[in-house]
Ligand binder design. Structure first.
Ligand code: SF4
Length: 291
C-alpha cells in the first residue's frame, strides 16, 4: 500500500506554544499549587489524557478554580467577560490563547469600537467562536454557511465587518466576501482572520485528495480544524474517514485501496500519526489481498 502523508500533519504553532506553557509549569515541580486549564487546552483526547495523568485538571469557569491553582487559558481563547471575572477574583492566569486568535479578537474589538457589526463565519458553540463574538460590542451575527449569509438582510444604516473563525474553509470565506461586496450599498470591511497554518493544511488536503483513492483524517472528533479537513476532502469527492487513533481505522474498507492519503489536524500528536501510518503500511498491497 502506498501512503501519502501530509507534510503539514501534526501540531501547529499555536498548539506547540500552548502545550509548552503547561510543560514549563509541570517542570516547575511540587512547590507550586495544582495546575488547571480553563477549558480543554486543545481538542485532542489523547493529549488531554496525557496531561490528566500528570495531574493537570480542566475547569470550565473561574468559579471552579481551586485556591492556589496555577491557571492556563485554553489555546482557543476565552470570552472577554471571563477575563474580567478572572481579574475580579485576582486570578493571574497564564494566557495560552493562540496568537492568531488573540489577533482576531483584537481586530474584531477594533472594528466594534468603530461601530461596525460583526458578520462571523464560524461554528456555533465552538469556544473560539464564543470568544470572538464577545469582542463584537457593536453587535454580531454568526453564519455557518454561504447560503445563510446570503439570506441575511443587510441594513442600509449599518456598517459591517466580515471575519472568520481561524480554522474555517478559506474558499467559502472568499465566496462570502464576494457575495457581500456584490450587494448594493453594503459598507463592509473584510478581516483576514483564517490562519496560514489552516490555509496550508487545507491546500495540502485538496492536493493529496486528488492524488489518492482514499483519505484518512486524523484528529480529535471535537477538533474544528480536523472536521474541516474532512469537509475539504469530501468536497473533492474522495472517500474519507475521520479517526482519532490507529484503533479506529476501518481495516476492511482500506485493504482494497492502493494509494491512501494521511492528513491530520493541528492538535494531533506526531506519535498518533506515526502509529496510523505504520498500521496502514501493515495492511499490505491490495493486489496481494485479491490473490
Ligand atoms: S490552527 Fe492556527 S489559529 Fe488554530 S491554534 Fe493553530 S496556529 Fe492558532
Amino acid at each position: 500500500m502506498d501512503v501519502v502523508r501530509a507534510q503539514t500533519a501534526g501540531f501547529c504553532m499555536g498548539v506547540v506554544s500552548a502545550l509548552q506553557k503547561i510543560d514549563r509549569l509541570l517542570a516547575g515541580g511540587a512547590q507550586q499549587g495544582p495546575i488547571v486549564t480553563l477549558g480543554p487546552i486543545i481538542h485532542n483526547p489523547q493529549v488531554l489524557e496525557k496531561y490528566a495523568r500528570k495531574g493537570v485538571e480542566i475547569v470550565e469557569t473561574p468559579e471552579e478554580i481551586p485556591p492556589g491553582a496555577m491557571v492556563v487559558v485554553r489555546a482557543h481563547g476565552i470570552p472577554k467577560s471571563t477575563w474580567e471575572e478572572l481579574a475580579r477574583r485576582r486570578i493571574d492566569a497564564i494566557d495560552a490563547t493562540c496568537p492568531k486568535i488573540r489577533k482576531a479578537q483584537r481586530l474584531i474589538a477594533m472594528q466594534a469600537r468603530q461601530g461596525r457589526m460583526l458578520l462571523l463565519f464560524g461554528e456555533e458553540g465552538h469556544p473560539e467562536v464564543i470568544g470572538l463574538l464577545s469582542y463584537a460590542e457593536s453587535g454580531a451575527c454568526l453564519f455557518e454557511s454561504l447560503e445563510k449569509l446570503e439570506e441575511f438582510p443587510l441594513r442600509a444604516d449599518t456598517r459591517y465587518c466580515l471575519a472568520a473563525q481561524t480554522t474555517q474553509d478559506r474558499t467559502i470565506f472568499d465566496a462570502m466576501a464576494h457575495s457581500l461586496a456584490a450587494r448594493e450599498g453594503c459598507d463592509l470591511t473584510i478581516l483576514q482572520t483564517i490562519c496560514d497554518a489552516t490555509r496550508r493544511r487545507q491546500e495540502e488536503a485538496v492536493r493529496i485528495a486528488r492524488e489518492v483513492d482514499f483519505m484518512i483524517v486524523a484528529g480529535g472528533k471535537t477538533s474544528g480544524n480536523t472536521r474541516r479537513l474532512v469537509q475539504v476532502v469530501a468536497a473533492q469527492r474522495t472517500p474519507v474517514v475521520h479517526v482519532e487513533t490507529a484503533g479506529d481505522l476501518p481495516h476492511e474498507r482500506l485493504r482494497w485501496h492502493a494509494r491512501i492519503g494521511l492528513i491530520a489536524g493541528a492538535s494531533t500528536p506526531r506519535e498518533t500519526i506515526d502509529e496510523i501510518e505504520r498500521r496502514l503500511h501493515s495492511l499490505g498491497n491490495p493486489l496481494d489481498a485479491e490473490t
